[in-house]
Design a protein around this ligand. Structure first.
Ligand code: NAP
Length: 376
């Protein structure tokens, strides 16, 4: 094994930011390389360049066998991601990605979880803004509530930022596959064992006022990831529930948000309209550094259990790209270098890395704070 970490996709928008993050922040003795199909675009990073094309399984096998951890930013993952998960599961190589696509995560569980358990590979999806702030934020909240009691956590997201071409393509691709999404969800439910003697799930909330905002249910991948962590970790108690919301200032914003989401989901079903929308944001493009500098996110968690209420907050800068590159880079470093609990198969950031990754991200400038603790 030649490398600690190999990054696939560094020629793309988020991959380049992740390579820059590693160049600035990885320990000097970390052995890391970049991989992809376009040698010329990858030389700029001054690291070893490995040939890897997701349409060439042999190149992915060689990639997986060359390193402890692979980090990939090659998406849409439902189109491009599976061969690399397969190669890492076979080779026993740890894997991190940036997917926010529930269908992809469910399909990978059904197809590769058992194989990865056998080889010892840790397959950790959603190591970016999807879903680290929520997964680690909920874990941080649960740690401050009494043990062995039913727990309910609500997450409320406020965010300002712009998407890259790659993110836009990935989101519209996901919206265009509602039936496949449902099929994958059902297949996973049938395949994944439930925890014994406990329940842990995400619940669909309703629009309501909370913490001074309008809380609107947000059907992203994040509640699915949080619920899987809760199924994997007994510390979430005998009956755990998580509800995920966007926190909006006023009713016109609620109506605008619901209208825009409805328009995108409807447009994604009609190929000519979907293609017209996709042509407006090219792959490889993304927000400028000035636009990213004005972007931010803040997630507030309200956790209740055993007569105690705790309010916590996870916050940072540009969610989609600067912070995402940091989160992906630190996840790869954490798996490669830190002393972690023994896990294998498809897992989550909270179950595989938990406090060690939280500590890394705090040192790197993201905040995890407790705002209040009360009895109720
Ligand atoms: N969840 C989150 O928080 C979050 C945040 C940011 C991004 N993302 C996701 O990350 C993904 C990347 O986004 P992006 O904006 O960085 O996209 P992008 O700029 O389009 O980059 C895509 C990368 O994939 C590579 N690629 C494409 N086909 C390939 C192949 N056959 N073999 C090897 N590499 C191939 C491209 O390489 P070439 O240069 O050779 O074309 C490029 O490096 C998207 O799925 C996006 O949704 C998620």
């Amino acid at each position: 094994m030649s490398y600690d970490v190999v990054l696939l996709g560094a020629s793309g928008f988020t991959g380049a930011l992740t390579a820059e993050y590693l160049a600035k922040n990885a320990p000097a003795d970390l052995k890391w390389a970049v991989a992809g199909r376009n040698h010329k675009k990858l030389e700029v990073f001054g690291k070893d360049v490995l040939h890897a094309d997701v349409t060439d399984p042999k190149s992915l096998q060689a990639l997986a066998e060359s390193t402890k951890v692979v980090a990939t930013t090659v998406g849409p993952y439902i189109q491009y991601g599976e061969p690399l998960v397969a190669a890492c599961a076979d080779a026993g190589t740890d894997y991190v990605d940036l997917t926010g696509e529930p269908e992809f995560v469910d399909r990978m569980y059904v197809r590769y979880h058992e194989r990865a358990v056998q080889t010892g590979a840790r397959i950790v999806h959603a190591c970016g803004f999807d879903s680290i702030p929520y997964d680690l934020g909920v874990q941080y909240t649960v740690e401050q509530l009494p043990e062995r009691v039913p727990i309910q956590v609500d997450g409320l997201l406020r965010v300002a930022g712009r998407p890259s071409g790659g993110t836009f393509h990935t989101a519209l691709t996901a919206f265009s596959r509602p039936k496949q999404h449902l099929d994958a969800h059902r297949a996973r439910r049938a395949a994944e064992p439930r925890p014994v003697g406990r329940t842990a799930k995400s619940v669909r909330g309703r629009i309501h006022r909370q913490e001074g905002f309008w809380a609107v249910p947000l059907p992203t991948i994040d509640p699915q990831v949080v619920a899987y962590s809760a199924r994997l970790l007994d510390a979430y108690g005998p009956d755990f529930r998580y509800a995920h919301y966007a926190a909006l200032n006023n009713l016109p914003m609620v109506a605008g948000g619901i209208g825009a989401a409805g328009f995108l989901v409807t447009a994604a079903q009609v190929p000519p309209v979907r293609n017209a929308l996709l042509s407006r944001l090219k792959r490889g493009d993304g927000p400028t550094s000035e636009q990213r500098a004005r972007s931010w996110f803040n997630v507030r968690f309200v956790g209740r259990g055993g007569g105690k209420q705790v309010i916590t907050e996870v916050a940072g800068g540009d969610p989609g790209y600067d912070e995402t590159a940091k989160m992906l880079g630190e996840s790869a470093l954490c798996l490669a270098l830190d002393d972690l609990p023994k896990t294998a198969g498809q897992t989550t950031t909270a179950a595989a890395m938990g406090p060690a990754l939280r500590e890394r991200l705090s040192r790197a400038g993201m905040t995890f704070a407790t705002l209040s603790t009360d009895d109720y």
